[in-house]
Design a binder for this molecule. Structure first.
Ligand SMILES: CCc1ccc([C@H](C)CC(=O)N[C@@H]2O[C@H](CO)[C@@H](O)[C@H](O)[C@H]2O)cc1
Length: 820
C-alpha cells in the first residue's frame, strides 16, 4: 500500500493516459495519432518525471527548512541502469501506467525496453553508488549524489566472429535523456594549470585555463516514501563560448580547440576497473567534478549565516574510493584562499567533513599521481598537499623519532623518481573515518594497506559490508519470485524491510511453496532460454542447471578457472557411457563481463571462452548435457534479466582479492546458490545463510602467501590429470589460436600462477561435483534456496546505509511531512 499522501497529479489510468498524450503533443511535438514505441517511452518518462519533480522540490525545500545535516556521496561512477521501471515501482504506480499504455496500444515492457542503459560506471563501485542512492532515498536520509555526466559511458561490448571483444563507443544521449534537468543556472568555474601568487593576505591561483561546470540533475525516488533525492552530474563547457580574439586573429583552429578541450573533460568514462591509467585527463576529471561539487556544497551551506568552521555539523562527504580524494586539498584551498580561514581551522573542519571508502587492496588499483603532474595541473593543491604531509609527518616524527621506514610508509609523498602522491594515504590522513566493504576486506585494509595508521587511530577504521537494493534486484528484476514472497508473507513490506523475509523459513517444508519457488525459477529460466535462442540460435533446456558467472573480466576473479572446469566437464561427458550420460546433470554455463580495453590477458580469456563455447555447443555427442554461452555487453539491464534465472552462480576469486562482491548477494536473493571461495562477502553470506547452502572451496586468505611461494619455488606442482588434459588441448589450439593459448598457458605455469588457478583447481572441481550431486535432489535444492532467500536480510543496502548513517555520517532520517 503506497503512501500517496501528497501526490498532486491524479494516479488513475485515464488521467495518466492524458498526461502521456499531452507530452506526445506538447513535449515531443508529435500528433497524438501517430507515435511509435520510442515516443511512447519518452512521453511516459516525461509524465513520470513530472511526478518526481513535485516530490523532488518539496523534499529539498523541506531539508532546507529543517536545516538538516546532509551527506554528499562523491563518486566518479554511478551505474544507475534504466530509470522508468524503478521509478514506477518506487511510486507504486506501475499497474496504472500499464493500463494507460495498453489503452494507447502499447505494452509497458516493450516501452521500457526503449530506454538506454546509462552506463556511467565500470562495475561494482559504480553500481554500489546507485544502490546506495536508492536506499538513501528509501530510508529518508538527506543526501545528494555528485558525479560526472559522461557523454560516452562504458563502451558497448561486441564479440567478433573470431570471438574477440570489440569496444564500441557508448553515445547514450542520442535520444536525449528525459530523466535529467539541465541547470543552466547552476554553474561553476574550474581552473587548471596556471601559477600561484601571494597577495600579501593569501595565495591566489591565476592563469592557466578555466572551464565551466554545468549541473544536470536527476531525481532519485525512494520506495514507498514521498522523499525524492537529487543526483547532480557535472558537464564541462568552455568558460567563454568562443575565443573571439583568436577567431578574429583568423586563428580559427585554436578558437575551436579550447572549446573542444573543455568539453573533453566530461566526454568519456575511463573503462578501467582495477588498474589505474594515470592519465592527466583522468585527474582533470576528478578535480573538475570535485571542485564544482565543493563550490556547490559551500554555497548551499552559506545560505544560512554561520561560520564555515561548522560545516561538518551540516555536511558529511563520502569519498567513493580515492578517485575524489583531491577534494581534501580543494576544500582546504576554498577555505583558505576564498574564505580566509587559517590553516588549523581549515584542516580541523576538513577532516571532520570527509570519510573514505576503500574498494580494493589490489596494488595496481591504488591511485598515485606524479608530483610533477599534480604540480603542473593543480599547483595550489600540490602546495597544500606538501603542507598537509609536512604537518602529518611532524606528528609521526615526534612519536617515532628516527624511524625512517615508518616515515616513508606513512608519507603521502612517495619518494623516488618520479615522486608520487599516494591518494589513498591522503584520503586516510584527511578523513575522520575509513572503511572497507566486507569484513575480510576491512581487516586487510587495516593489516595490509594502512597498518601504521591503524596502529595510531584504530577507531578511525570501520567495516561497512556492502549491500544491494531489493527494489531493483528483486521486486523489479524478479516479479515472479517477489509475488510468491509477498503472498506467503501476506505483505510486500519486505521490499523496504528485508528482515521480514525470515518469515519464509517456516514454510520451507511446504510443497506448495517449494512448487511456487520452482515455478518462478522456471519462468525466469524460460525467458533467458528465449534470449539465448534469439542471440545464439541454440535451444537450451530449462531442466538444465543454469550456472552463471557475470562480472568484469579480471584474472583475480578467475573466469579462467571456470572455463578450464567447463573443458574438463566436456571431456568427461565425451567419455561417458549412455548410462553415465543418463546420470549426468545437464548444465547451461553462462559467462559474461567486459574486459578493460587495454587488458590483454582478460581479452584472451574472453576469446578462449568463445572458442570453448563453439566447440562444445556444436558437438553432437554432448547434446543438451552441456552448453556454454558468453553473453555480450554485460550491463545493469542484462544483469536484471539473467540473475533471476540462476541456479548456481560463481564467485571464485583468489581469497583476499575480491573486496566484497555484490552480484553474489543479488544471485542468492534471486533463489540461487553460490559456489565460491572464502573471500569478500561470500564469507558473511555463508555466516548468514549457513554452510549447507553454499559450496565453498579453495585456499583461505591466510594460506595464499605460502601457497604462492610453494608454487614459485617448485614446492608444489598440481597433479590434476583433468587440468593437464585441458591445458594440453589449449596448447594444441583446440579452442583458440596460439596468440591466445600461449600467454594463457604461460600464466598457468607454477612460477607464474599468481592467482593460484592450478592450486585451487582440484578443490574447485570437488565443489562442482558436490553441486551436481545436490542438484539431483530438487526438493532439497529448492529448500536450500528458500532458506537462503529468507536469511539474506543483512545484504540489503538499507542495512548498509543505516550503518553508514549511524557510525560515520551521524544523519537523521527525515521523511517529508507536508506543512498543514
Ligand atoms: C583507477 C582505476 C580504478 C577504477 C575503479 C576501481 C574500483 C574500486 C574497482 C571496483 O569496482 N571495486 C569493486 O567494488 C565493489 C563495491 O565495493 C566490490 O564489491 C568489489 O569487490 C570490488 O572489486 C579501482 C580502480
Amino acid at each position: 500500500i503506497h503512501n500517496i499522501m501528497t501526490q498532486y497529479l491524479p494516479r488513475d489510468v485515464d488521467s495518466i493516459l492524458k498526461q502521456i498524450v499531452n507530452h506526445v503533443e506538447y513535449t515531443l511535438a508529435r500528433t497524438k495519432y501517430n507515435f511509435d514505441e520510442q515516443h511512447a517511452y519518452q512521453a511516459t518518462a516525461y509524465s513520470v518525471r513530472d511526478r518526481l519533480i513535485e516530490s523532488w522540490n518539496d523534499t529539498q525545500q523541506y531539508f532546507t527548512e529543517k536545516d538538516v545535516k546532509r551527506v554528499y556521496y562523491l563518486s566518479m561512477e554511478f551505474l544507475m541502469g534504466r530509470y522508468l521501471n524503478n521509478a514506477l515501482l518506487n511510486l507504486g504506480i506501475e499497474s496504472q501506467y500499464q493500463g494507460a499504455l495498453k489503452k494507447l496500444g502499447f505494452d509497458l515492457d516493450e516501452v521500457e525496453h526503449q530506454e538506454r542503459d546509462p552506463g556511467l560506471g565500470n562495475g561494482g563501485l559504480g553500481r554500489l553508488a546507485a544502490c546506495f542512492m536508492d536506499s538513501l532515498a528509501t530510508i529518508n536520509y538527506p543526501a545528494w549524489g555528485y558525479g560526472i555526466r559522461y557523454k560516452y559511458g562504458m563502451f558497448e561490448q561486441r564479440i567478433s566472429k573470431e570471438g574477440y571483444q570489440i569496444e564500441i563507443p557508448d553515445y547514450w544521449l542520442t535520444a536525449g535523456n528525459p530523466w535529467e534537468i539541465e541547470r543552466l543556472d547552476v554553474k561553476y568555474p574550474v581552473r587548471f594549470y596556471g601559477e600561484i601568487k601571494h597577495n600579501g593576505k593569501h595565495y591566489e591561483w591565476q592563469g592557466g585555463e578555466v572551464v565551466t561546470a554545468i549541473a544536470y540533475d536527476s531525481p532519485i525516488p525512494g520506495y514507498d516514501t514521498y522523499n525524492t533525492l537529487n543526483l547532480r552530474l557535472w558537464s564541462a563547457t568552455p568558460a567563454s563560448e568562443f575565443d573571439l580574439d583568436s577567431f578574429s586573429r583568423g586563428d580559427y583552429y585554436s578558437a575551436v580547440a579550447s572549446k573542444e578541450a573543455a568539453e573533453k573533460i566530461s566526454s568519456v568514462l575511463y573503462p578501467n576497473d582495477a588498474t589505474e591509467a594515470g592519465k592527466e585527463l583522468r585527474l582533470k576529471q576528478q578535480h573538475f567534478f570535485v571542485s564544482a561539487t565543493l563550490q556547490d556544497v559551500v554555497r548551499r551551506f552559506k545560505k544560512k549565516d554561520r561560520p564555515l568552521t561548522e560545516l561538518h555539523t551540516k555536511v558529511a562527504i563520502q569519498l567513493n574510493d580515492t578517485h575524489p580524494t583531491i577534494g581534501i586539498a580543494e576544500l582546504m584551498r576554498i577555505f583558505m584562499d576564498h574564505e580566509s580561514m587559517g590553516w588549523s581551522a581549515a584542516w580541523a573542519t576538513t577532516t571532520k567533513v570527509f570519510s573514505y571508502t576503500n574498494h580494493t587492496v589490489l596494488p595496481e588499483a591504488l591511485e598515485r599521481w606524479s608530483v610533477d603532474l599534480v604540480e603542473k595541473l593543480l599547483p595550489r593543491h600540490m602546495q597544500i598537499i606538501y603542507e598537509i604531509n609536512r604537518r602529518h609527518l611532524e606528528e609521526v616524527v615526534k612519536k617515532y623519532p628516527g624511524d625512517g621506514d615508518k616515515l616513508m610508509r606513512m608519507s603521502i609523498i612517495e619518494e623516488g623518481f618520479p615522486k608520487m602522491v599516494r591518494m589513498a594515504v591522503l584520503a586516510v590522513v584527511g578523513s575522520h573515518h575509513v572503511n572497507g566493504v566486507a569484513a575480510i576486506h576491512s581487516g586487510l585494509v587495516k593489516s595490509r594497506l594502512f597498518p601504521d595508521f591503524y596502529k595510531e587511530q584504530p577507531d578511525k577504521f570501520l567495516n561497512m559490508t556492502n549491500g544491494v537494493t531489493p527494489r531493483r534486484w528483486m521486486q523489479s528484476a524478479n516479479p515472479a519470485l517477489s509475488e510468491v514472497i509477498s503472498r506467503w508473507l501476506e505483505t510486500d513490506e519486505w521490499v523496504s524491510n528485508y528482515e521480514l523475509c525470515r518469515g519464509l523459513e517456516q514454510f520451507v517444508d511446504s510443497a506448495d511453496m517449494q512448487r511456487e519457488f520452482r515455478e518462478a525459477k522456471r519462468t525466469n529460466k524460460k525467458r533467458v532460454a528465449e534470449r539465448i535462442k534469439k542471440e545464439f540460435g541454440v535451444e537450451v533446456s530449462t531442466d538444465a542447471m543454469f550456472d552463471i558467472q557475470v562480472k568484469r573480466i579480471h584474472e583475480y576473479k578467475r573466469q579462467l578457472m571456470n572455463v578450464l572446469s567447463i573443458i574438463c566437464r566436456y571431456n568427461a561427458i565425451k567419455r561417458m557411457t549412455p548410462a553415465e550420460k543418463e546420470e549426468c546433470v545437464p548444465r547451461v554455463c553462462i559467462i559474461g563481463g567486459k574486459a578493460a580495453a587495454g587488458y590483454v590477458i582478460a581479452k584472451h580469456i574472453i576469446r578462449l571462452i568463445n572458442g570453448v563455447s563453439k566447440v562444445v555447443n556444436n558437438d553432437k555427442d554432448v547434446g543438451d548435457l552441456l552448453k556454454v554461452f558468453f553473453m555480450t555487453n554485460y550491463n545493469v539491464t542484462l544483469a536484471e534479466d539473467i540473475i533471476p534465472a540462476n541456479d548456481i552462480s560463481q564467485h571464485i576469486s583468489t581469497a583476499g582479492m575480491e573486496a566484497s562482491g555484490t552480484s553474489n548477494m543479488k544471485f542468492v536473493m534471486n533463489g540461487g546458490l553460490i559456489i565460491g571461495t572464502m573471500d569478500g562477502a561470500n564469507i558473511e553470506i555463508r555466516e548468514e545463510i549457513g554452510n549447507d547452502n553454499m559450496f565453498i572451496f579453495g585456499l583461505l586468505e591466510e594460506e595464499i602467501d605460502r601457497a604462492r611461494n610453494e608454487l614459485k619455488y617448485g614446492g608444489y606442482q598440481h597433479t590434476d590429470s583433468r587440468l593437464q588434459e585441458a591445458m594440453k588441448q589449449i596448447e594444441a589450439n583446440k579452442y583458440c589460436g596460439k596468440d591466445v593459448s600461449e600467454p594463457l598457458l604461460k600464466n598457468l605455469q607454477p612460477y607464474n600462477d599468481y592467482y593460484l588457478v592450478t592450486r585451487d583447481f582440484s578443490s574447485y572441481m570437488d565443489a562442482q561435483a558436490r553441486v551436481d550431486e545436490e542438484y539431483k535432489n530438487q526438493t532439497s535444492w529448492v529448500k536450500k534456496t528458500i532458506t537462503s532467500v529468507a536469511r539474506m536480510g543483512k545484504f540489503s543496502s538499507d542495512r548498509t546505509i543505516r550503518e553508514y548513517g549511524e557510525q560515520i555520517w551521524n544523519l537523521e532520517a527525515t521523511p517529508f511531512v507536508p506543512s498543514s
